[in-house]
Write a new protein. Structure first.
Lengths: 247, 457
């Protein structure tokens, strides 16, 4: 298992953003759904080692992220796209991806080829030398994806990766996710259930810091047959599970 | 590591700001010194003084670079890389500092290159260059620390202004002869002109280097102390750097605190670094012209020799060869108080250095003052109030030299009697051969104060 979570919590003051999550994830694409404030981003930040858990057990790639040495090793093998991607406006696309690659301790001689491949993968090959300040929101999102995959991560965490992408790019991105999921664990947090249906082998649904459903997209769709709200089976399953889980 | 540094250096903001830094340099003592007489000590000092503008600017630039992750919301993303925030920040700081140092090195090379073509004696003060370079590093480190600790868009201008005020306050403290002001790298306490004649030693530079190094170590070290900065090794390094930096800065303050400073005289004495307060005189071979009484100057002032000799010639032609007249006039800073002495007799005069330094011709008031010093020292005995006869001869000789009959140039306490100016006019009106013959016969008695106005021709 690349991700092992047992009774994990993360609190901010009195608020428990993540409240006792149990999850085991191996290779494949795992979609994390949930309404605003459900705790998806907090859980992803914990998995990305940005935040330490308040309690519970967490192992990533078979290592304990609580210890400095293993945490560094995890970070070398991790890719992360935060919800709000900060960037340096004066850097070019290639420079920014190269910068992150170098900070991920990739051997410098392998970096240029890896950067070119990552930039090409997200369809920005023709804008590789453009300054980031000149790119549209969708292009910046693709730069964010490029930096996340540049080190061919074994654990890839993507927070709202398709936000700002046009339909054609979203289709391409789903293909990319499926391909990455063949050898790595990809966790995608999203509001868009169609992304989950198209790309994810498993799906989890969060509400109030808890994971209230895990299963395949088909299993989630089946939960909505009894009467959920929405146009698509997945949407109906999503709303049905939420309605059942709310006190 | 070098790959990240290269990337940081390529995208650093400092190169874009180099024109602004060049402007700051031009309007600093650096730019003004280019119009002055090329003296190595003065040019080295000007390079160091230019830090008043450049160092705070570098602090602001470093603060801007360091605060970019806070401003640009890249903290989350970068936190997931194996390199801790301290090591990541060092790349940006190093790039900014390297650009600053490159600019400073180019400025020093240009200034010293021009000076090497014009200067006639000595060489650059590498201690001043070292202090300047370390000052760039220190202010950059301080700016970096503030940028990391207070990331925001206002941190850069506030850091620049705060750094400028800090350096100005330090310089002001120094001008008040407060020894702790010595740690400030600008407002040098050593008079550059004095450095031509006396070995001043690097004591002040050493104190400044120690203090600046200490501040740099603290600024960089404290950033490694938080847990998020990195692992145990990083925190240990931070603790060691901070402790060593505090100790070094305190040692510098301790050394400075024991110093005796007299900025007006351009003297400092740091007992823990110098064995004796008396500066050691620099031995040099003066350069002289071929006037009737040769005028000699320090070789650094060789370019002013023609002007000095021209200023003195109207008087030296009258006095040359007379018994008691000097056989050489040596212009040197703080010369011996005995005007004419030694064998052969030499007259030591204080050079009008301000005019010479500014690269302006020695003429008008400066030339007249030089001539009056010469006449006074030849005609009067040292330390005595001039008699009426001595005053009349002095005024007469100066009048023949073309100076106005201005009694203000006389070294007297009160206004001379009208009979003195009348006798002076009479003396000046006498034929040159008669005056010279009279001076040859009576200069000794006149100098001894034994003659009255009636004895004059």
């Amino acid at each position: 298992m690349n991700v092992e979570i047992n009774d994990l919590t993360r609190s901010f003051g009195r608020k428990r953003a993540v409240a006792g999550v149990d999850l085991d994830l191996g290779p494949g694409v795992f979609g994390l759904l949930g309404p605003n404030g459900a705790g998806k981003t907090s859980l992803l930040r914990v998995l990305a080692t940005v935040l330490p858990p308040s309690s519970g057990r967490l192992r990533l790639l078979g290592l304990d992220p609580g210890a400095h040495g293993p945490r560094r090793e995890i970070r070398r093998r991790l890719g992360y796209l935060p919800q709000n991607l900060g960037y340096y406006p004066g850097f070019t696309v290639c420079e920014f991806v190269e910068y992150i690659a170098l900070l991920k301790d990739m051997p410098p001689r392998t970096v240029p080829r890896a950067v070119a491949a990552a930039v090409e993968e997200v369809g920005l090959g023709d804008r590789a030398r453009s300054k980031l300040r000149s790119l549209s929101g969708g292009m910046l999102r693709r730069v964010g994806i490029a930096q996340a995959i540049v080190n061919e991560p074994e654990l890839l965490l993507l927070d709202e990766p398709t936000a700002g992408l046009d339909p054609e790019q979203r289709v391409q991105f789903r293909t990319l996710m499926r391909r990455l999921g063949e050898r790595a664990t990809v966790v995608v947090s999203t509001h868009l259930v169609e992304d989950v249906g198209a790309a994810c082998g498993r799906v989890g649904l969060m509400l109030d810091g808890r994971v209230v459903f895990t299963g395949t997209p088909d299993e989630l769709s089946a939960r909505g047959e009894a009467g959920g709200i929405g146009d698509a089976p997945l949407e109906r399953g999503y709303s049905a599970v939420l309605a059942e889980s709310r006190p | 590591m070098t790959s990240v540094l290269r990337l940081e250096a390529r995208r650093n903001i400092t190169p874009l700001l180099l024109p602004v830094m060049a402007l700051l340099l031009w309007f600093s003592p650096y730019g003004r010194s280019l119009g002055d007489l090329a003296l190595w000590a003065r040019r080295s000092s000007a390079l160091q003084e230019s830090l008043l503008g450049i160092a705070p600017f570098m602090a602001g630039v470093a603060a801007w670079t360091a605060s970019r992750d806070g401003r640009g919301q890249t903290l989350d993303l970068l936190a997931t890389t194996p390199r801790g925030s301290w090591r990541r920040g060092l790349y940006g700081w190093a790039a900014t500092t390297l650009w600053g140092l490159l600019f400073y090195a180019l400025a020093a090379a240009l200034l010293f290159g021009l000076t090497a073509r014009e200067a006639t004696w000595g060489g650059p003060s590498w201690w001043a260059v070292a202090v300047g370079a370390v000052t760039i590093v220190t202010f950059s480190a301080a700016g970096h620390a503030l940028g990391v600790l207070f990331p925001g868009r206002f941190v850069a201008p506030l850091t620049a202004v705060g750094s400028f005020l800090a350096i100005v306050v330090g310089a002001v403290v120094k001008t008040q002869n407060n020894p702790y002001g010595l740690v400030t790298p600008v407002g040098t306490s050593i008079d550059p002109d004095r450095a031509m004649f006396y070995k001043t030693g690097p004591a002040e530079d050493i104190v400044q280097l120690l203090f600046l190094t200490g501040v740099t170590a603290v600024a960089i070290g404290v950033l490694a102390l938080p847990a998020a900065a990195g692992g145990r090794w990083v925190r240990r390094t931070g603790t060691a750097l901070t402790a060593a930096g505090i100790a070094t800065a305190m040692a510098a303050l301790w050394l400075a605190g024991g110093a005796k400073v007299n900025v007006n005289e351009g003297r400092i004495f740091i007992p823990h670094l110098q064995s004796t307060p008396a500066d050691q005189e620099i031995s040099y071979t003066p350069v002289c012209d071929r006037s009737p009484i040769p005028a000699c100057v320090h070789p650094a002032y060789r370019r002013t020799l023609g002007q000095v000799a021209a200023a003195l010639r109207p008087v030296t032609v009258q006095l040359a060869g007379l018994p008691g007249a000097p056989q050489r006039i040596d212009l040197r800073l703080n010369g011996p108080s005995t005007p004419v002495g030694g064998a052969p007799p030499v007259l030591y005069l204080e050079p009008p250095l301000d005019a010479a330094d500014a690269g302006e011709p020695i003429r008008g008031g400066d030339a007249q003052q030089l001539r009056s010093f010469l006449v006074t020292d030849v005609v009067t005995a040292p330390g005595s109030e001039p008699t009426a006869a001595q005053q009349a001869v002095m005024l007469g000789v100066l009048a023949v030299a073309g100076d106005p009959m201005d009694t203000a140039v006389l070294p007297t306490r009160g206004e001379p009697d009208a009979s003195v100016t009348a006798a002076a006019r009479r003396f000046a009106a006498a034929p040159a051969a008669e005056r010279r013959q009279w001076l040859g016969a009576h200069l000794g008695a006149l100098r001894a104060g034994r003659l009255t106005l009636k004895d004059l021709p």
